[in-house]
Design a protein around this ligand. Structure first.
Ligand code: IMP
Length: 198
C-alpha cells in the first residue's frame, strides 16, 4: 500500500519511516508529487492543522494520506508556542530564533513553571474515513541548549527520567518516547489491522 506522507520535513520522514519499517507500505512524500501546494495551517489546534494537511494532500494525490501537526506547549506561558511552534519568532523564524525567543519569554520562570509538553496529532485519511492518533511527552525547558541531535526545540527539552534532552538522544531512543513516536505507534497498531482488512 502506498501512503502519502504530507510533509517535506526530512527529520519527520525519517522518524515515520523507522516506526513503520516492518509494515508492507511504501511512503511517498509531497516531493514525489508533480504539483506543489501551500497548505495554510490556520487551525487553532494540532488536530485541526493535521486534518487540513491530510485533506489537502489526500485530494491532490488520491492516496491514503498521513499528516501530523506537532508543537511545544508551556503551561506557564498559556500553552505557547503551541500551534505557532514553527513560526514562534515570526514568519521568517528559524529554529535558533524560536529557541532564543522561548528562553527570553521564560527567563523569569523557575522550577515547575519550566514544565512543558510536546504534543503531536497524526491524521490518517483514506476513502474509507479519517482517524486521529495523539502522543504527548512531558519535559522541562532548560536555561541553555544541550546536545546536537534532532531539530527545533530539541536541545532545550529535558527529560528528567532520562537525564538527557531530546537532542542528546539517538533517533531510536527519541522515537520510543517522543510525542510523535507515541502518536505513530498508535497509528502503526491501527495500520497493521487496517492492512489485514483491505
Ligand atoms: P509542524 O511541522 O507544523 O508540525 O510544526 C512543528 C514545529 O514544532 C517544528 O517546527 C518545531 O519547532 C516544533 N517541533 C515539533 N516536533 C518537534 C520535535 O520533535 N523536536 C523539536 N521541535 C519540534
Amino acid at each position: 500500500m502506498k501512503i502519502m506522507v504530507a510533509t517535506g520535513n526530512k527529520h519527520k520522514l525519517e522518524e515515520i519511516q523507522q516506526i513503520l519499517d516492518d509494515l508492507p507500505v511504501k511512503l511517498l512524500t509531497i516531493n514525489d508529487l508533480p504539483q506543489q501546494i501551500e497548505v495554510e495551517e490556520t487551525g487553532l489546534t494540532f488536530q485541526e492543522n493535521a486534518r487540513l494537511k491530510a485533506d489537502a494532500y489526500f485530494q491532490l494525490s488520491g492516496l491514503p494520506t498521513l499528516a501530523d501537526d506537532s508543537g511545544l506547549e508551556v503551561p506557564a506561558l498559556n500553552n505557547e508556542p503551541g500551534v505557532r511552534s514553527a513560526r514562534y519568532a515570526g514568519q521568517a523564524a528559524d529554529y535558533l530564533k524560536n529557541n532564543l525567543l522561548l528562553l527570553e519569554r521564560m527567563k523569569e520562570l523557575k522550577g515547575k513553571d519550566r514544565k512543558a509538553y510536546f504534543r503531536c496529532v497524526v491524521c490518517f485519511k483514506t476513502d474509507q474515513g479519517e482517524w486521529f492518533f495523539e502522543g504527548k511527552t512531558e519535559g522541562i525547558i532548560l536555561e541553555d541548549s544541550r546536545g546536537n541531535g534532532g531539530f527545533g526545540y530539541d536541545p532545550l527539552f529535558y527529560l528528567p527520567e532520562m537525564g538527557k534532552t531530546y537532542a542528546e538522544l539517538s533517533p531510536e531512543e527519541k522515537n520510543k518516547i517522543s510525542h510523535r513516536g507515541l502518536a505513530l505507534e498508535k497509528f502503526r497498531d491501527f495500520l497493521e489491522k487496517y492492512l489485514e482488512k483491505i
